[in-house]
Design a binder for this molecule. Structure first.
Ligand SMILES: *Cc1c(COP(=O)(O)O)cnc(C)c1O
Length: 425
């Protein structure tokens, strides 16, 4: 089925006992065992079934199936936030002494996690320029567990050449983990280009209404973890924390996503609540409709800004003169999602005046809402970064980030134009 249909139906048929057509919210902590043998069999993974809602929940299960279907993946794991998804995606395969390689154009929270928190637990993130695939290849050693990137950088707006990256990584026996939050599965499907694991912030376009915090990891099921038993030893050696299971033997192609559930999720506990899963499912139903409108609106805003005499530069991969236009055409059919950034003449002072003058567009730190949003990353999301770090993540002082919503384009443009006029005063 096509994405428009999957977004509404994947993972759910009317509940056989209640005939509920909307996905029920299973607001329960635990699930009854028929007898002690049933409980033991569940724990031994001999029979399928629910045990405890930190590890699995029927509402969340529908969400997981729906996200996996939209990405064309084998299975997914929902988590409490996008940050939990990127954290757990790495921790499923990496531990103290290991490293991974990442593009430097990252969401600010991810940058902080990789640059500062992972090193504190002995995992090194090696940063590379997003277009420097040879440079990334040169950083790989026998403790490298993955290559990480954002398919469409937030807020840098760069598009990563996923196919070239996956080819290079696989030649070295290393998987590619892609944060696909900004394009959403509607615009880009990294598995189609050979990438192996996807992480999402459900908070953004997927849930789509600025109402929740959530995340997901999706597994393509295609990466051969058993091909290098030493590099991926946690998937290939008996796991004492889960009664000696060898994930590649017990779960086959689901080894990675299975361990992600029974080790980082079960032991560290970043579970998504059933109610939040329900809200994410509600949002996903209209993902294709929203993204169509959002891309159309954002393209118009980008073109209008580019033609405005107060605007110094505009970064949006949908613009014909963007250095990422060809990659946007290849991976997203030319549709560059709803995030764009621009610099106003007059630098940080004008940027501040512009943001303060907005009436319709909300000042906040979020993206991917149905509502249009504006923020100044250098003073908010990327505030903790040093000037050098700001440069490598693609954030300058004068950068204003817009997340364009689904309102009527005339109202969006009117607000932007009046705020630009106010910024000149
Ligand atoms: C927001 C965001 C995250 C983090 O997601 P949360 O749900 O806020 O934890 C990760 N990656 C990208 C690209 C984001 O925009």
């Amino acid at each position: 089925m096509k994405k428009e249909t999957l977004a509404v139906h994947a993972g759910y048929e009317p509940d056989p006992t209640t005939k509920a057509v909307a996905v029920p919210i299973y607001q329960t902590t635990a699930y009854a065992f028929d007898n002690t043998q049933h409980g033991a069999d569940l724990f031994d993974l001999k029979v399928e079934g629910n045990i405890y809602s930190r590890i699995m929940n029927p509402t969340t299960n529908v969400l997981e199936q729906r996200v996996a279907a939209l990405e064309g993946g084998l299975a997914s794991l929902a988590l409490a936030s996008g940050q939990a998804a990127s954290t757990n995606a790495i921790l499923t395969i990496a531990e103290a002494g290991d490293n991974f390689i990442t593009t430097s154009t990252l969401y600010g929270g991810t940058y902080n996690l990789f640059a500062h928190t992972f090193p504190q637990i002995g995992i090194e993130a090696r940063f590379a320029a997003p277009d420097d695939i040879d440079g990334m290849a040169a950083m790989i050693d026998d403790r490298t567990k993955a290559i990480y990137c954002e398919s469409l950088g937030n807020p840098a707006g760069n598009v990563v050449d996923l196919e070239a990256l996956a080819d290079m990584a696989h030649a070295h026996g290393v998987p590619v983990i892609v944060d696909n939050t900004v394009p959403s599965p509607y615009l880009n499907n990294p598995f189609k280009w050979g990438c192996d694991i996807i992480v999402h912030s459900l908070t953004k376009y997927l849930a789509g209404h600025g109402t929740i915090i959530g995340g997901a990891i999706v597994d393509s099921g295609k990466f051969d973890w058993a091909a290098n038993k030493e590099r991926f030893k946690r998937l290939n050696e008996p796991d004492v924390s889960y009664h000696g299971v060898v994930y590649t033997e017990a779960l086959g192609e689901a080894a990675y996503i299975g361990r992600a559930r029974v080790v980082p999720l079960r032991n560290m506990g970043a579970a998504l609540s059933a109610h939040t899963s329900f809200l994410a499912l509600q949002g996903i139903e209209t993902l294709p409709l929203r993204m169509d409108r959002i891309c159309e609106n954002a393209q118009t805003v980008a073109e209008n800004l580019q033609a405005h005499d107060q605007v110094e530069w505009v970064r949006y991969a949908g613009l014909s003169d963007s250095p990422y236009k060809a990659l946007a055409d290849k991976y997203m059919d030319g549709r560059a999602s709803g995030i764009l950034s621009f610099g106003i003449k007059g630098g940080i002072a004008s940027a501040t005046k512009f943001i303060d003058a907005l009436n319709l567009i909300t000042r906040l730190v979020n993206i991917g809402d149905a509502k249009s949003l504006a923020c100044h990353p250098a003073s908010t999301t990327h505030r903790q970064l040093s000037p050098e770090e700001l440069a490598t993540t693609g954030v300058s002082d004068d950068l204003v980030r817009l997340s364009i919503g689904i309102e009527h384009i005339d109202d969006i443009m009117e607000d932007i134009n009046q705020a630009l006029a106010a910024a000149k005063k």
